[in-house]
Design a protein around this ligand. Structure first.
Ligand code: GLU
Ligand code: ZN
Length: 280
């Protein structure tokens, strides 16, 4: 078993992240497997080396150990290669819409816009853009979901011990043409996570249930790129006393804050409801 924790260094490690990391770590250790770490730093406008250093320090303080880190910013050639493959098959197209264009085109007068895992479902304005020549680099690249689903009736994956089946109609109508490469980034969360989990040979993805709706996108990409589909474990989210999801910026719940107040790693385990003894 190979699990991973994949933080984005865009803020402090908070209680919810620590829970996710310890769960993935414990699961691998209990199975005699391997726990990996991956720094998801493709968003260079929001990622900071100082956050990364703090996250690594907090994880080590929690008692976790890991194999050498993979860093997404080192992986741009691999992302590019996958995009070339999708482009050569006319499965992606350039999109130059901004947020406001998308909202205006997506909202039916009475209903408002339909929402998918990435927000408003893309209305398809740029789907007719030419898909010839070399990959355009001046905008975003979107997956043409309808074309991608040609000859595929459904995708399926194992989630918390059950098989989850996602139909072609669901992918087309409720997920739509997701962005696979963001402007100025050369990739996207969805593309990177799929390629990196495969490159790290991750067998079991452990992450929060906030990413549950993104999983069928990842499973489809695995299929399109001939990559294995790992088993998915989506865990509950850690909430504050008011039942609110912990926000990234909620420094009050940062592990660093608990540390400075004298908490021990065992206290943190107790707070999130994990067995107090870390499996080694
Ligand atoms: N980097 C993502 C985050 O911090 C996690 C991605 C994943 O686990 O798939 O939310
Ligand atoms: Zn567009």
């Amino acid at each position: 078993m190979i699990t991973r924790f994949a933080p984005s260094p865009t803020g402090p490690l908070h209680l919810g992240h620590a829970y996710s990391a310890m769960l993935a770590h414990d699961m691998a250790r209990a199975a005699g497997g391997t726990f990996l770490l991956r720094i998801e730093d493709i968003d260079s406008t929001r990622s900071r080396p100082a956050w990364e250093a703090q996250i690594l320090d907090d994880l080590a303080w929690l008692g976790l150990t890991w194999k050498p880190v993979m860093r997404q910013s080192d992986r741009l050639p691999a992302y590019r290669e996958a995009l070339e493959s999708l482009w050569d098959r006319s499965l992606i197209y350039p999109c130059t819409c901004n947020r406001r264009d998308i909202l205006a085109a997506a909202s039916a007068p009475q209903e408002g816009a339909a929402m998918g895992p990435d927000g408003v479902i893309y209305p398809g304005t740029c789907r007719t853009h030419a898909r010839v020549g070399s990959i355009p680099t001046d905008g975003a690249l979107r997956l043409d979901m309808r074309t991608a689903m040609k000859g595929i009736d459904f995708v399926e994956h194992d989630h918390n011990g059950k098989t989850v089946v996602t139909s072609r109609d669901h992918l087309i109508d409720h997920i739509g043409d997701v962005v696979l490469s963001r402007r100025d980034m050369g990739t996207s969360y969805h593309l990177s996570v799929v390629l990196d989990d495969a490159a790290q040979a991750v067998t079991d993805v452990v992450r929060g249930e906030d990413l549950r709706d993104a999983t069928p996108i990842h499973v489809l990409l695995q299929r399109l790129l001939t990559l294995p589909t790992p088993v998915y474990h989506h865990h509950r989210l850690i909430r504050d006393e008011a039942g609110k999801r912990l926000a990234k910026r909620d420094d009050a719940r940062a592990i660093a804050t608990y540390r400075s107040e004298g908490a021990t790693p065992t206290d943190i385990r107790r707070m999130v409801g994990l067995p107090l003894h870390l499996a080694r």
